[in-house]
Design a protein around this ligand. Structure first.
Ligand code: NCD
Length: 436
């Protein structure tokens, strides 16, 4: 958070941010209810707002939207759901996937989008504060999706909206699409959705367990469906990776998980104290190592992982002197190779929030064709889960449920007795991701 400098008067922007500071510093448990309305999410600011049940509900809605989007009647239904809504995408930090997948998610549900990506084209160059800008957006739009290099700006904007609501003024939901090096909750949602689909081990044409799962169990007798009791590895720039912070917090919701952080032993790049404390408070089994060959449970880490989350080194956040300091690190330890992938478990998905860095090469392209390489599917999953999130915020998720059941009841009926699927099975629920 920007502090006013002692040798000049504070700007209004800085004073506004300081005004929200005491509310920001409260524990997540205290803050979460203020970000909800009638037991529904109103603002999406940090991943601590999501419970396992909410993640399951979102995944189900995302699955339904994905399946409905395959045919014309489904698309026509979805696009009418929120065609009376308008969204502002206020992205003052670079973005490709998050921006485009939010835009595509809005388009699926008929939401009209507008964007401000470059603040030099807005009235902020005329001295307008960010908070005035946000309030203006809320006059014209029904939702603000925002990315900023300021860690707590989205959260402050949510409190601004709540204050406006309390005084009878117009107020709209805020979605955090990446806040500084702090949080990226919707990226964590798509990461979790990808893991949920992967660890369903479902057949491509029904939601029944695949024969592949039975095969895998011969080699991995302990393997279970779902996200519980698994070992998740995070490799690379752990200290500055907001996607790592958000996903690790979400994984802490699941029983019996082990999180292994593979990062250089450097205070900038290694796990930060605040996240370590948060995870230990949640009783996560936490392991910190500096290479894939370090041992965990008597085996090299790379061989024990159920899933691997790679990240790039976020050099745009380098402080003066960092580059020189990092030159002493053996970076090859934080890059995947086909040799390392060969040693991974046969089912362990490889994720990456993307972009990957072609110069650093944390995932060389020769790995892309490995069935465990999940990062392109992961990015596509972002569109489905973000649609589900928007549907939930605007309360149309139950309509999607009802339409889905009506649309596919014939399918269920037709397939009854035909040996396709099982009780509650749905067409193609696992066709896009999570397949090997
Ligand atoms: C990430 C981000 O911007 O935090 N990318 C993304 O949103 N998909 C990760 C990164 O930039 O390394």
């Amino acid at each position: 958070m920007a502090e006013p400098s002692p040798d000049r008067a504070a700007t209004q922007d800085e004073l506004d941010l300081l005004h929200y500071q005491p509310r920001i510093e409260r524990p997540v448990k205290m803050k979460s209810p203020e970000l909800e309305r009638n037991e529904r999410l109103r603002h999406v600011i940090f991943s601590g707002q999501f419970s396992v049940d909410m993640l399951e509900d979102l995944a189900r809605t995302a699955d339904r939207i994905r399946i409905l989007s395959k045919n014309r009647s489904g698309q026509d239904f979805l696009i009418r759901l929120l065609h009376h809504k308008r969204a502002m995408l206020y992205f003052t930090q670079p973005s490709t996937r998050t921006f485009l997948s939010f835009m595509a998610a809005c388009q699926i549900l008929g939401i009209t989008c507008n964007e401000v990506r470059d603040p030099t084209t807005s009235s902020e160059t005329k001295g307008e504060t960010r908070f005035d800008s946000i309030r203006m957006f809320s006059s014209y739009f029904d939702l603000i999706i925002m990315r900023s290099k300021l860690a707590r700006l989205a959260e402050s904007c949510a409190y601004l909206m709540n204050d406006l609501e309390a005084t009878g003024n117009r107020s709209v939901p805020i979605i955090n699409a990446g806040s500084g090096a702090d949080e990226h909750p919707t990226q964590a949602l798509l990461d979790i959705y990808t893991l949920q689909r992967t660890f369903q081990f479902a057949d491509s044409r029904s939601s029944t367990i695949s024969t592949r799962f039975e095969e895998l169990r011969k080699d991995y007798p302990e393997l279970n469906q779902g996200l519980t009791n698994k070992v998740y590895g995070f490799c690379g720039d752990i200290g500055r990776g907001r996607t790592v912070r958000s996903l690790a917090s979400l994984l802490a919701n699941y029983e019996g998980v082990t999180l292994i952080f593979i990062a250089p032993d450097d205070p900038t790049l290694a796990l930060r104290d605040d996240l370590r404390t948060r995870l230990l408070d949640r009783r996560v089994n936490l392991v910190e190592v500096d290479s894939f060959d370090a041992t965990y449970n008597g085996k090299p880490v790379i061989e024990t992982l159920d899933a691997l989350y790679m990240t790039r080194i976020q050099k745009e956040h380098n402080a003066p002197g960092d580059e020189q300091k990092f030159a002493a690190i053996d970076h090859s330890r934080y890059k995947l190779s086909t040799k390392l992938v060969e040693r991974m478990k046969a089912y362990a998905p490889i994720l990456h929030p993307f972009p990957r860095d072609q110069h650093f090469g944390e995932i060389p392209p020769e790995i892309d064709n490995d069935p465990r390489a999940m990062y392109f599917r992961q990015a596509r999953n972002g569109m489905w889960i973000r649609s589900a999130l928007l549907a939930s915020i605007f309360g149309v998720d139950h309509q999607i449920d009802r339409f889905f059941h009506d649309e596919y009841s014939e399918w269920h009926h037709y397939n009854e007795g035909a040996g396709v699927g099982g009780e509650g099975s749905e067409p193609s629920t696992a066709s896009q991701s999570g397949q090997f």
